[in-house]
Design a protein around this ligand. Structure first.
Ligand code: ATP
Ligand code: MG
Length: 649
C-alpha cells in the first residue's frame, strides 16, 4: 500500500458527547424504539409541530404494487408557514431568522422573525391579489434572495403548491417543469447575480412562456436595477402589488396529506421526476432531522450552501431550520467569487457555527490549495456536513483536517429528493466517524441490502440499497404519474423501496454508499462500485476529481474507463497516467487496474453539482450520438472537450 484509505475511526469529541441532545446511548435507545414501536415514537415526535388539530392516526402505508399509498398523520390539520414563522412570535420576534449574504460581498441583510412574519404575509396577499388559490401550482424561478424563502412560505400559508426551479435552468427546462405540473403562476426576478455576472431570469421566463401555454400571471421581484420587458395583463412587479395589499393574512388550515410542494430531481440518471411532498409528515421529518443531525439549538448560526432550487435548500435552508426557530444563512453567490476564499470569509464574517455543503464544492476548493482556507480563522465552526454524492475519504479528510482543524465532526448525510430529509447520517454527539461513510440510519429508517434477485444479504456485504419501512418524509407520488412512482421505486423488489443506489455494510454495521446501481462495473465477474475506484484516484496528491465508468471489454466483460481532473498546478502526462494506474492497482488490487485514463479539465455535472456518469459511460462506450437527456447539464461545453479527447481503450 502506497497510501492509507483504510477506515480510521474518529471518536465523538468529548465536548460533543457531553452537550449533544443525542449521545451514543440515547441514539441506540431511540433507534430501537423507532423501529420496535413506531407508533409511540412518532406520537411523541409529532409534537414538535404545532397542529391546528393534532393527528390521532400515525401511518397508513402500503408498498404493494396494486395498492400503493403512503399516508402519515392523515387526520391532522396544520399550516407549514405557521410553524416556520408565526409560532416563534412574539417570544423570538427580534431574533434573526435569515442572514442574507449577497453575491457582492458588500451586500448583506438580516431578517428577524418579526420581519419575516410581515414579509411573508404581504407576499401571500400579493399572491391572492394575483388570483392564486389553494391547490394551485406556483413555479418559483428566483435567485438566492430572501424573496425565494418568502415566496415558498407564502405559498404554504395560502395552501398553494410551490415548484421551485433552480435559477440556473434554461427556458426549455423551465417550460418543461411548468408544463409537467400545469402551473398557472410564475414568480421570478428581473435579474439574478452569480459570480459577478447577471442572469436574465425574467427574459428566460419570457422565452419559456413562448413554448408553454396556460400561465395566467408572472410576478417579478425587483432585485437589480435592470428594467425588463413586461407583458401587460400577464406580468406585474412585486413591489407595485405589495404597496396596495393588506398585512393581515390568516394561515390556511391544511390536511397533513395536502401537497406542500413539487420538486424535480437532479436528473443524474435520466428525465427528472416531479417529486410530491405533503405537509405534515414532511415537516415533522424536516424539523426532526435538522435538529438531531446538526444538534441544533436556537441562536446558533447555521449555513447550508445549497440552492433553494434543490431539496437540500427546501429542507435544510427553509423548512427544517425555520420550523426550529433557527438562524439560517442564505448565500446568493458562488464559492470562488470575488476570490477563492469566499466561503471561509463568510464563515468568519457571520460567525457560522454549522456549515453544510457538497462534495463537489469540497473537491473544487481543495484543488485550489489550503492557503485560501488558512487565511481565515474559522474559529466559530463547530460542525461540518456534506450531502449530494459519495464523499471520497480523501476529500472527507481534507474537510476534517483543513477546514475543521480536526475539531469539527463531519456529518455525511445520505438522502434523496424522494426522502425529504437525511436517512443515513452520523449524529455529532453519538456516532464515531469513518471518513467516507454515511454511517448509521436515522430514527425510523431500516436500510438493507439485496442482491440482483432481491435476496437479502447478511452481515458485511455490498449490494443494492433498499428501505424496508416508510418514514414521514417519504415522497407520496410522482406528480401526475403515479405509475412512474410505482415502477421506479417499488417494482424492482416487491415490498421494498429501491433507492437506485448501491451500498456496502461493513462489519461494524456502518453504511458506505458506493454510487448508483446503474454505475456498478463488472470486471471479470467482480463487482466494483464507481465510488471505490474514484476514491482511490482522488486520494492521489495530484488528483482533484475523478469519475469512473465501465465500457464493453472483449475479455473482461467490462473495462474501467477513468476521467481524471488534476490539481491546478499539475501538468498531466503519460508518466502520471502510468503512475495512477499503478496507484489504483496498489490500493484496490489488479482487478481495478484502469483500462483507460482520460485527463479532463472538467467533468460533466448536473446543475446541482453531481457528476453525470451516464454521459461519461456513453462517451466511453463510443455511443456518441445518443447521450440521453442533457438538459440538466451545467455546462454542455464540457462534453465537447471530452468527446474531442476521447481515448480508444
Ligand atoms: P435523478 O433522480 O433525477 O437521477 P439525483 O438522484 O441526482 O437525480 P437527487 O435526489 O438530488 O437527484 O440526489 C439523490 C442522490 O444523490 C442519491 O440517490 C445518491 O445517489 C446521491 N447522494 C446524496 N447524498 C449522498 C451521500 N451523502 N453519499 C452518497 N451519495 C449521496
Ligand atoms: Mg435519484
Amino acid at each position: 500500500m502506497t497510501h492509507d484509505t483504510s477506515p480510521t475511526l474518529i471518536p465523538v469529541p468529548a465536548e460533543w458527547a457531553r452537550r449533544a441532545k443525542i449521545d451514543a446511548e440515547t441514539y441506540t435507545l431511540k433507534y430501537r424504539q423507532s423501529v420496535d414501536d413506531p407508533h409511540a415514537f412518532w406520537a411523541e415526535e409529532l409534537k414538535r409541530i404545532d397542529w391546528i388539530k393534532a393527528p390521532t392516526e400515525i401511518s397508513d402505508v402500503s408498498w404493494s404494487k396494486d395498492d400503493l399509498h403512503i399516508r402519515w398523520f392523515a387526520d391532522g390539520v396544520l399550516n407549514a408557514c405557521y410553524n416556520c414563522v408565526d409560532r416563534h412570535l412574539p417570544a423570538r420576534q427580534n431574533d434573526v431568522a435569515i442572514i442574507w449574504e449577497g453575491d457582492d460581498p458588500s451586500m448583506d441583510r438580516k431578517v428577524t422573525y418579526g420581519q419575516l412574519h410581515d414579509e411573508v404575509r404581504r407576499f401571500a396577499n400579493v399572491l391572492k391579489d394575483m388570483g392564486v388559490k389553494k391547490g394551485d401550482r406556483v413555479t418559483i424561478y428566483l435567485p438566492m434572495i430572501v424573496e425565494a424563502a418568502y415566496a415558498m412560505l407564502a405559498c404554504a400559508r395560502i395552501g398553494a403548491v410551490h415548484s421551485v426551479v433552480f435559477g440556473g435552468f434554461s427556458p426549455d427546462s423551465i417550460a418543461g417543469r411548468i408544463e409537467d405540473c400545469r402551473s398557472e403562476w410564475v414568480i421570478t426576478a428581473n435579474e439574478g447575480l452569480r459570480g459577478g455576472k447577471t442572469i436574465a431570469l425574467k427574459h428566460n421566463v419570457d422565452k419559456a412562456l413562448e413554448k408553454v401555454s396556460g400561465v395566467k400571471g408572472v410576478l417579478v421581484v425587483r432585485h437589480t436595477r435592470a428594467s425588463v420587458a413586461m407583458n401587460v395583463g400577464r406580468d406585474q412587479w412585486y413591489d407595485n402589488v405589495a404597496a396596495r395589499v393588506d398585512l393581515e393574512c390568516p394561515c390556511e388550515p391544511m390536511q397533513a396529506e395536502d401537497p406542500l410542494f413539487i420538486l424535480y430531481t437532479s436528473g443524474s440518471t435520466g428525465k427528472p421526476k416531479g417529486v410530491l411532498h405533503t405537509t405534515g409528515g414532511y415537516l415533522v421529518w424536516a424539523s426532526m432531522t435538522h435538529e438531531y443531525v446538526f444538534d441544533y439549538r436556537p441562536g446558533e448560526i447555521y449555513w447550508c450552501t445549497a440552492d433553494v432550487g434543490w431539496v437540500t435548500g427546501h429542507t435544510y435552508i427553509v423548512y427544517g431550520p425555520l420550523a426550529n426557530g433557527a438562524t439560517t444563512l442564505m448565500f446568493e453567490g458562488i464559492p470562488t467569487y470575488p476570490g477563492p476564499d469566499r466561503f471561509w470569509q463568510i464563515i468568519d464574517k457571520h460567525k457560522v457555527e454549522i456549515f453544510y455543503t457538497a462534495p463537489t464544492a469540497i473537491r473544487a476548493l481543495e484543488r485550489l490549495g489550503d492557503a485560501h482556507v488558512k487565511k481565515h480563522s474559522r474559529k466559530s465552526l463547530r460542525l461540518l456536513g456534506t450531502v449530494g454524492e459519495p464523499i471520497n475519504p480523501a476529500a472527507w479528510t481534507w474537510y476534517w483536517d483543513v477546514v475543521g482543524d480536526r475539531r469539527c465532526p463531519v456529518v455525511d448525510t445520505w438522502w434523496q429528493t424522494e426522502t425529504g430529509g437525511a436517512l443515513i447520517t452520523p449524529l455529532p454527539g453519538a456516532t464515531d466517524l469513518k471518513p467516507g461513510s454515511a454511517s448509521t440510519p436515522m430514527f425510523g429508517i431500516q436500510p438493507d441490502l439485496v442482491d440482483a434477485d432481491g435476496k437479502f444479504l447478511k452481515g458485511a456485504a455490498s449490494g443494492n440499497l433498499v428501505l424496508k419501512t416508510s418514514w414521514p418524509g417519504q415522497m407520496r407520488t410522482v406528480y401526475g404519474d403515479h405509475q412512474r412512482f410505482i415502477d421506479t421505486y417499488f417494482s424492482t423488489y416487491p415490498g421494498l423501496y429501491f433507492t437506485g443506489d448501491g451500498a456496502r455494510r461493513d462489519a461494524d454495521g456502518y453504511w458506505w454508499i458506493t454510487g448508483r446501481v446503474d454505475d456498478v462495473i463488472n470486471v471479470s465477474g467482480h463487482r466494483l462500485g464507481t465510488a471505490e475506484v474514484e476514491s482511490a484516484l482522488v486520494a492521489h496528491p495530484k488528483v482533484a476529481e475523478a469519475a469512473v465508468v465501465g465500457f464493453p471489454h472483449d475479455i473482461k466483460g467490462q473495462g474501467i474507463y477513468c476521467y481524471v481532473t488534476v490539481n491546478q498546478d499539475v501538468e498531466p502526462d503519460e508518466m502520471l497516467e502510468a503512475e495512477l494506474r499503478q496507484w489504483v492497482r496498489d490500493d484496490i488490487g489488479p482487478i481495478a487496474s484502469p483500462d483507460a485514463i482520460q485527463f479532463a479539465p472538467a467533468l460533466p455535472k448536473t446543475r446541482s453539482g453531481k457528476i453525470m456518469r451516464r454521459i461519461l459511460r456513453k462517451i466511453a462506450e463510443g455511443e456518441l450520438n445518443n447521450l440521453g437527456d442533457t438538459t440538466t447539464l451545467a455546462d454542455p461545453g464540457v462534453v465537447e472537450d471530452l468527446l474531442a479527447n476521447r481515448k480508444s481503450a
